[in-house]
Ligand binder design. Structure first.
Ligand code: LLP
Length: 415
């Protein structure tokens, strides 16, 4: 992460501690460099060269309005998985024609919202969903643009919780059932098949599996079009581009884009709209979670650094064993090993072992927390949601503190 000459961590060129002071933000707080997120989107887009494409930003990674808006300004559409995410994408001005809707359990309300908005594609996840979406479209007197989400039977080399394209995953339509799925769609009067999609998982640190899935998808397009003529305009190869959490990630987002564009061209589909659905890669590296140090305590085994951010604020370490580098806001390393833990009443509220100074800093940051941080936060243990501070281009600073604990107390007392 960027630091100034005296070692202070910078977000958008401003020292993190100064950002918090200017915003009047408490800890824990997420701090994001929104301009860097937009720059990330532009760098990814460059990977496509002149191939027609849609970068459908996966809103689940970070759904803050100013983040989604900045990515839209940088040319992104959106991939959404709920009515809430759809409303954010539309609310910041993304055209419905640049939005895809995914999900294994779409409610009728969500299907209706997607059909009414006229999205680029509702991605059908199961044959069983075809009749329901057809019926909703009929009831609304509309034709729904749909694509079929293929499960390509590829085991991606990533954490088991976030691998989605293998035989044991709940996602997508198994290859063996695709012919039936096509037949069901062809028989549905109110559906227009506009594309095919797949998404094999998240935090992919190499491109080979992703490109194998893309090749598989193009082969199915070929078979389908040989039978039914040409009509698939959206070839969606999904998201999943990994970032470097400290253990390395050689593949850059643009490598996935360039690789997929090259495969599409070789397959003869260079004129179709190639869709990718990145979330993490656009926002993850450009956010930190800032925490205050509460105390240091000693046990036989450890020197514990107890901080005011917990697993309710950043769930990834507890859920996936993820490691987010912990560093002082005022300097990188240190001489002493601490086990960094938070306040929640679970032993998994633990951010791992990190070296910091002795005595410890008063504030630390957890790096690479711009994706799947705030969006997975909860009120567990009766805690507030963390604050969010956005450093916008031009240096403007904005804060959101929507998840205060008072609303939670009212809600619980009413229940
Ligand atoms: N498209 C679909 C259909 C998805 O399900 C996802 C993520 C994406 C795109 C975006 O994937 P990305 O480019 O961000 O890897 N909470 C986990 C990640 C879960 C990803 C869920 N789906 C984590 O913190 O690692």
């Amino acid at each position: 992460m960027e630091r100034d000459d005296s070692g202070r961590a910078l977000i958008g060129g401003v020292p993190v501690d100064e950002v918090l002071a200017r915003a009047g933000a408490p800890t824990p707080a997420y701090v994001y460099d929104v301009a860097a997120m937009a720059a990330e989107a532009r760098a990814l887009t460059a990977g496509f060269g002149d191939a027609p494409h849609l970068v459908a930003y996966a809103v689940k990674a970070n759904s803050a309005g100013c983040v989604v808006h900045a990515l839209a300004q940088a040319g992104c559409g959106a991939e959404v998985g709920s009515r809430g995410e759809l409303a954010v994408a539309l609310g910041v001005g993304i055209s419905p024609a640049s939005i895809c809707f995914n999900g294994v359990a779409k409610s009728n309300e969500e299907i209706d919202a997607a059909i009414t908005a006229g999205l680029a594609a509702i991605q059908i996840d199961a044959i069983e969903e075809v009749a329901r979406i057809d019926a909703r479209a009929a009831a609304l007197g509309r034709k729904a643009r749909i694509s079929l989400r293929l499960n390509p039977s590829i085991q991606a080399d990533t954490h088991a919780h976030i691998a989605t394209g293998h035989d044991d995953a709940k996602f997508g339509i198994a290859v063996a059932r695709l012919a039936d799925a096509f037949a069901a769609v062809d028989a549905a009067a109110n559906l227009t098949l506009v594309g095919l999609s797949s998404h094999i998982g998240s935090q992919l640190t190499r491109t080979d599996e992703y490109l194998a899935a893309a090749d598989h998808l193009f082969a199915i397009v070929r078979e389908r079009e040989a039978r039914r003529g040409r009509h698939l305009e959206l070839l969606d190869v999904g998201g999943g581009f990994g970032i470097d959490y400290g253990d390395g990630c050689t593949a850059r987002p643009a490598d996935f884009a360039a690789g997929a564009a090259e495969r599409a061209r070789r397959a003869g589909y260079g004129d179709r709209t190639l869709v990718v659905e990145p979330g993490r890669a656009l926002v993850g590296p450009h956010g930190v979670l800032v925490a205050g140090v509460v105390t240091v305590k000693r046990s036989a085994a450890w020197r514990w650094l107890v901080i005011d951010a917990g697993m309710n604020d950043l769930l990834r370490p507890a859920l996936y064993g993820a490691r987010h580098r912990v560093q002082a806001t005022g300097g990188v390393g240190g001489e002493i090993a601490y086990r960094v833990v938070g306040p929640v009443c679970e032993s998994s509220c633990d951010f791992g072992e990190w070296r910091l100074s002795d005595p410890p800093p008063t504030r630390v940051l957890l790096r690479d927390a711009g994706a799947y941080g705030y969006t997975m936060a909860s009120h567990y243990n009766g805690r507030a949601l963390p604050a969010e501070v956005f450093v916008l281009s031009g240096g403007e600073i904005r804060m959101s503190r929507a998840g205060g604990v008072d609303a939670w107390i009212d809600d619980r007392l009413r229940a």
